[in-house]
Structure formats: C-alpha cells, structure tokens
Write a protein that binds this ligand. Structure first.
Ligand code: GRG
Length: 301
C-alpha cells in the first residue's frame, strides 16, 4: 500500500467516526425550530474533506492516545470550521453562491437563518467540548484547556481577527509578503494548529511533543492557505465545488498576487517541509501527519 493510500484510508476512517458521532449528536431536523436544525445539518453534512478532525484524531494517536476519546473534539473543530464557512459565504463577507459543490447555506435558507445557523454551530462546538470529552474519560482539567485552545483559535487572535485582516486587505493595503502571511496565520493556521494541540492534549502529550505539534500545525496551516490561494487562482471550479478567481476580483491579499504563482508554490512546499521537520522527535509514529502535509500541497480540491 502506498503512503497516499494509507493516508486516504485513515482519513476515511476519521471522517466516518466524526460524521457518525455528529449525526447522533446534532439536534434532529424535526426538532423545533426545524428550519435551524435543517440548516445546521445541511451545512455540516455537505461533503467537506474533514482535514481538521483528522488532525485532532491523528495528533492524539501520534502521541500514544486513544482516538475514541478525541472524537467529540474532532467534531467540535469541524463545527467551528463549518460556521466560519457559512459566515464567510454571506453576502456581507465573501458573497458566495456555491460551497462544497452545492448552494451555500444562505442561498437555501436565507441570510438571517444562515447567520443564526453559524451562531448555533459555534455554541454547539463548545457545548460538546464541555460535556462529551469528560464522558469519554478526558479529565476536566484537560477539557478546560481544550475549550480555551478552541476559543483562542476562533476569536480575535485567530479566525475572526484573521477574517477582519482579510477584509482590510481588500482596501488596498501594500502588497507585502509579511502582511499576507499574518492574515493566513490567523485566518487559517490558528485553527489548524489548535487541532494538533487539542489532539496532543487529549493524547497526553508531554511538553516537547506539544511544542512539536504546535510548530507542525503552524507551518501546515500556512502551507494549507497558500495552496488554497493557488487553487483559487489556477484550480478547477468543478473539482473545488465553488466559484474560483474570486480573490483576484475582490482584490484580496494572497500569495500568488503578492509573490507570483511560482514563488507561492515554492513557499507552500517550504512550509510543508518545515512542518515535517518539526515532527522529527515523533519518529515512525509521526508518519500519518507527515503524509498529510504532502497531501495538503498536492490536493486539487
Ligand atoms: C463572525 C462574521 C464572522 C465571521 C467568522 C468567516 C470567518 C469568521 C472566518 C472565515 C475564515 C475562513 C473561511 C478561512 C478560510 C479557511 C479555508 C481555507 C477554508 C477551506 O477549508 P477546507 O478546504 O474546506 O478544509 P472543506 O470544504 O474541505 O471543509
């Protein structure tokens, strides 16, 4: 079996575990108010790659932890990610009609319900962390650390702060590589890094392992967003399931725009190599995370 096959199999296993858990855990569609619960399930079960949940599960496994214990946290990070996509697609932010190959949440349920769906997904993520981790044998102290990790990564220091910098980038900021890197570190890498740290904390990582996962997550997050920029600039809309060439038309600060597509590709590869280097002390156990790093800078969707 090739490294690629092994990775796809492990990702598929992680996807199934998290989707089965969410199918049980999210409010049923028929429960009042039904429109909210239908919107939540529409947004969540729409075929994402589930890279962030995989990172939680694999980081836990890499440091010798039991994957089963990490499933609620893997689901919670996916809910935060899904909320960010639902809000990112709104007319007042990126104004997108398609996501994951289907009409965006606000196109189906209307803008007001899409806003509320995102809000509910965010709250549900923290409800799950604060309830289900302890039920699966994670200590309350570790559960609290994990709540904090996800809150910091999603808030002003992470996702939301990065999104604000991204919007400001449209207002003609100077085309500097450090500016675009700062946006990417918050908008995308903070959550990806938190996934690795959360998995590590659940798995009982020591300080050196946690530092390695943090370093890996930061570089991987940067590589991921540079590649995402490249896919928007030169990718295939049918494979991506969304409108492309939007970054350029909105005047966004992206790597291909600031350094050109060839250098952007080089920067993504360098970031991927730095991510892999960070895992040196993990030895053989780090192979799944190494394989994922290569996948991130080779993917076509
Ligand atoms: C509070 C208004 C408000 C907004 C919340 C919208 C937002 C903050 C943040 C958005 C950040 C964002 C959309 C970052 C992009 C990250 C990214 C590359 C997403 C695509 O991830 P994939 O490729 O998607 O993993 P799939 O569909 O596979 O899950």
């Amino acid at each position: 079996m090739t490294a690629g096959d092994r990775l796809l199999l492990a990702m598929e296993r992680g996807r199934k575990a998290v989707e089965e858990y969410l199918a049980q855990r999210l409010p049923p569609e028929g429960e009042d108010p039904s429109v909210l619960h239908r919107a939540i399930r529409y947004a969540v079960f729409s075929g994402g790659k589930r890279i962030r949940p995989f990172l939680v599960l694999e980081s836990c496994r890499t440091v010798g932890g039991e994957e089963r214990r990490a499933v609620p946290a893997a689901a919670a990070v996916e809910l935060i990610h899904t909320y960010s996509l639902v809000h990112d697609d709104l007319p007042s932010i990126d104004n997108d009609d398609f996501r994951r190959g289907q009409p965006t949440c606000h196109r189906v349920f209307g803008e007001a319900y899409a806003v509320l769906c995102g809000d509910a997904l965010q709250a549900l993520a923290f409800e799950i962390l604060s309830t289900d981790l302890v039920e699966r044998g994670v200590s309350s102290q570790r559960a609290l650390m994990i709540v904090r990790e996800l809150a910091v990564a999603s808030g002003p220091q992470g996702l939301v702060g990065g999104q604000v910098l991204d919007l400001q980038g449209e207002d003609g900021l100077p085309l500097r590589e450090e500016s675009v890197r700062r946006i990417h570190e918050r908008k995308t890498a903070a959550l990806i890094c938190a996934c690795c740290r959360i998995g590590g904390i659940i798995g009982g990582a020591g300080q050196a392992e946690l530092d390695a996962l943090t370093e890996y997550g930061r570089w991987l997050g940067l590589a991921f967003q540079i590649w995402d920029d490249l896919l928007d600039a030169i990718g295939d809309p049918d494979k991506l399931g969304k409108t492309v060439r939007k970054d350029a038309s909105q005047g966004k600060l992206t790597y291909p725009r600031v350094v050109g597509p060839e250098t952007a590709r080089e920067r993504a590869r360098q970031a991927c190599e730095s991510a892999i280097q960070a895992l040196e002390l993990m030895g053989e156990r780090g192979q799944g995370l190494r394989d994922l790093a290569w996948f991130v800078v080779a993917r076509d969707r």
